[in-house]
Design a protein around this ligand. Structure first.
Ligand code: SAM
Ligand code: ASE
Length: 348
């Protein structure tokens, strides 16, 4: 099927736009990092370039161009008064880009800007060699994936903040895709800093949720991510490959399978099946590729990111169904949410 229009052939607007994709990303990241949106949110009135530049301690001509580009991206609105530009946030920036918003994506932007952007410099090498690029990007030779991902305390915290932020947006849709109320003991395997577990306990207050993650992640989660209120969430320090996985009615595995090779996925899911109580289940939460390889573009790009950053890849629903079936699970159901992340439930 040829999807190009006559206009595309005459003037390749789309290609010209794609080539500038990284400039779009970096402009948004820089504005986030400088705190442009936070500053405008705290102000009761629109601010001039001069005031913004001086408050953020950046060059006035640099600020002028950055702010202007943000207007083009619909991240800011501009109003000219007596020949001078005054800026305010758009609704999208106010809800998603300021640090203090409950739906903030600020930390996701920072992880993309610093870690992922650097790794993606080596996309051609990753594709040629078929492996992640930690050694080239950061000089890390560790064979252990999460030792590389958590190469410093700071980097680990940045990753956890990044992982958390998406669940403020699609967590509820993922957790309510299936009625999970019959599952009383629930383990969130690789549950990280607990953003999805928080969404889970809000919807299913009768269930007991335990996050199983690596010791240093559990310690950081308790110290930095659970202090805003008394969360009814338990923690279990462990290694899901090498330690026993406790018995439970439901295992949540969000963005776990996509990190690993086929062999490790089967090893892990077989273990989960053994620990699953009869009548229990496993809930996979992942982005899905269309069966016909047509998209969605986000999933296709994330699969390249998994190549650059992990040992895994993104998969189609039927590939996840096959992994679950091969591990013993049955009655496998797929629910799409209309958001980036979808849910797959398998039963024992
Ligand atoms: N489930 C979370 C989410 O979707 O936001 C986090 C997904 S993150 C990509 C993978 C998680 O698995 C991390 O929290 C990591 O620490 C954890 N993890 C990796 N290897 C592990 C292991 N061997 N045992 C337990 N947890 C592990
Ligand atoms: C992982 C998920 C991510 C491991 C490394 C990762 C993400 C970024 N780096 O399991 C989040 C998913 N987003 C993308 C762009 O892949």
């Amino acid at each position: 099927m040829n999807m190009n229009t006559a206009e595309d052939l005459d003037y390749p607007r789309q290609l010209l736009e794609y080539k500038d994709g990284f400039m779009v990303s970096k402009t948004m990241f820089a504005a986030c990092e400088f705190g442009v949106f936070d500053l405008l949110h705290e102000s009761t009135e629109p601010l001039s370039t001069k005031v913004i530049a001086s408050r953020l301690n950046i060059n006035i001509d640099g600020a002028d161009r950055l702010l202007s580009a943000c207007v083009g991206l619909k991240l800011l609105e501009v109003e000219i008064k007596n020949g001078e530009a005054f800026y305010t946030n758009t609704d999208v920036s106010r809800i998603y880009l300021i640090k203090s918003s409950p739906k903030s994506l600020y930390h996701m932007m920072m992880y993309h800007s610093h870690t992922m952007y650097r790794c993606w410099h080596f996309l051609p090498q990753a594709v040629r060699e078929g492996k992640n690029q930690y050694e080239r990007t950061f000089g890390i030779s560790s064979k252990d994936l999460f030792e590389a991902l958590y190469r410093s305390e700071d980097e680990m915290k940045t990753f956890l903040l990044h992982m958390d932020s998406i669940w403020n947006i699609c967590g509820k849709a993922v957790i309510t895709a299936f009625d999970l109320s019959t599952f009383k003991t629930v383990y969130d395997l690789g549950g990280c800093s607990g953003a999805l577990a928080k969404q889970f306990v809000a919807v299913y207050p009768e269930s007991t949720v335990t996050i199983l993650d690596l010791p240093k992640v559990v310690q950081a989660a308790k110290k930095h991510f659970m202090t805003d209120k008394e969360w009814p969430i338990n923690f279990h320090e462990g290694d899901f490959f090498n330690d026993t996985i406790p018995e439970a009615d439901l295992f949540i595995m969000a963005r776990i399978i996509h990190d690993w090779s086929e062999e490790k996925c089967l090893q892990l899911l077989n273990k989960v099946y053994k620990s699953c109580k009869p009548g229990g289940g496993v809930l996979l939460v992942e982005v899905l590729l269309n069966e016909d390889r047509s998209g969605p573009l986000t999933s296709q790009l994330y699969s390249l990111n998994m190549l650059i950053q992990t040992e895994g890849k993104e998969r189609t629903a039927s590939e996840y169904e096959m992994l679950l079936a091969a591990s013993g699970f049955r009655d496998i159901q797929v629910k799409t949410t209309g958001k980036d992340y979808d849910a797959i439930l398998g039963r024992k």
